[in-house]
Write a protein of this length. Sequence first.
Length: 170
Amino acid sequence: MTARNAPEHRRAWREPMLWLVAGLPAASVIAGIALLVAIARDNVDPLSPGVRRTAQIQAEDTRADEEALRRGLSAIAKRGAPPVGLVLELHGDAGATTALRLHLLHPVSAAFDRELTLERVDAQFWRAAEMPATTNAWLLRLEAADGRWRLAGRLEAAADSATLEPVWQR
């Protein structure tokens, strides 16, 4: 064999087969670790804050939803024109509630969550002076100031209104 015909010697890290043999399993291990980290993060349903977990059993406190169902409550939330950011039309027996809390839950990051206090305009209408001007959808959770009842819904990004109902239906 002459020097011209001799195979050239390459270092191992320049060999494509080495990357296939070692790189693919390494990439799958990294992807598995990333998946475990994503699963381990707080993945609690933001509309259901009263969940107790014992082993593999989950028990949720549904008293607020049952109370809203008993009172026949439902609501329609509408984006208002300035200076009113949000108008809420509440149907059913809200009782002697003087203030409502509306939680705007960001679907991806809890850091962007907002809480609005709604003031009563008349027997059926409530308003908030502000409404975040974002392009994302919001999970909505409406509750009485004392937490006695709760309604939930979703305001889509392009929508001007959303329907709120008790989370648990019979």
